[in-house]
Design a protein. Structure first.
Length: 231
């Protein structure tokens, strides 16, 4: 049963491995280039497992300790997982002990697969989702470890390597922009970020921008949904 579930899950996760490989390598390189031991990025990928937030955590670890700022920033960066969790409550409800790991390991890519893909006939659904989650987690940890060890022994100028996550989000933004129905949300996010940047400055604008974006999207959702469709 477990082998069939693993064999069914593997093809869905291999494309994610390619993406994780380059981002994880960059993260491992970045951590070691900042003077951290190779075990820091590996441990963070195992325990935290939050790609974008791990990149942000590098600067948090090197700056003045501010637990409240770190808490709020982490909450805003990963706020989307609240909605992921709500969407998966019913699907994960009967998974037994596996539910706890499924919750912990639910990144964007894992959510996309586990939310939309039904395993083939004869494959246990809970084990399929478990292996999707586990394989993606393994890819991220392995990629981070490879980048960390290479960064420790292969020395080159890593200036700008932290831009990899910014580049990823730029690509996601362009993908939204190409879809006409998604441009309103893209413009809203860009406008809120620019407004917060002007008001709060480059060192303090992220949290206000995220709050403003969240409020704007919730308001626009209520405004644009016809009254007969509103709850």
């Amino acid at each position: 049963m477990k082998r069939k579930a693993l064999q069914a899950a593997l093809p869905y996760t291999l494309p994610i491995f390619i993406g994780f490989l380059f981002i994880g390598l960059s993260y491992g390189f970045l951590m070691t280039s900042k003077g951290f031991s190779v075990f820091y990025p590996i441990a963070m990928s195992i325990v935290i497992y939050a790609g974008a937030m791990q990149f942000v955590a590098v600067s948090l670890l090197l700056s003045t300790f501010s637990p409240l700022y770190a808490l709020l920033l982490t909450l805003m960066v990963n706020a989307r997982h609240l909605f992921y969790g709500i969407a998966m409550l019913e699907k994960y409800g009967g998974a037994g002990w596996k539910k706890w790991y499924l919750i912990f390991g639910m990144c964007d890519e894992t959510f996309s697969i586990n939310c939309t893909v039904e395993p083939p006939a004869g494959v246990d659904t809970d084990w399929f989702r478990f292996f999707v989650t586990g394989l993606n987690h393994l890819y991220w940890v392995a990629s981070t470890a490879l980048g960390a060890f290479l960064g420790a022994y292969v020395h080159f100028d890593t200036t700008g390597i932290e831009f990899v996550m910014t580049a990823l989000f730029v690509v996601l933004f362009l993908g939204q922009w190409e879809r006409r129905e998604a441009r309103r949300s893209a413009v809203t996010g860009l406008g809120c970020a620019l407004l917060a940047l002007v008001i709060f400055g480059s060192s303090q604008f992220i949290i206000p921008a995220m709050i403003l974006i969240t409020w704007s999207l919730l308001w626009k959702k209520k405004f644009y949904i016809p009254k007969e469709e509103q709850p």
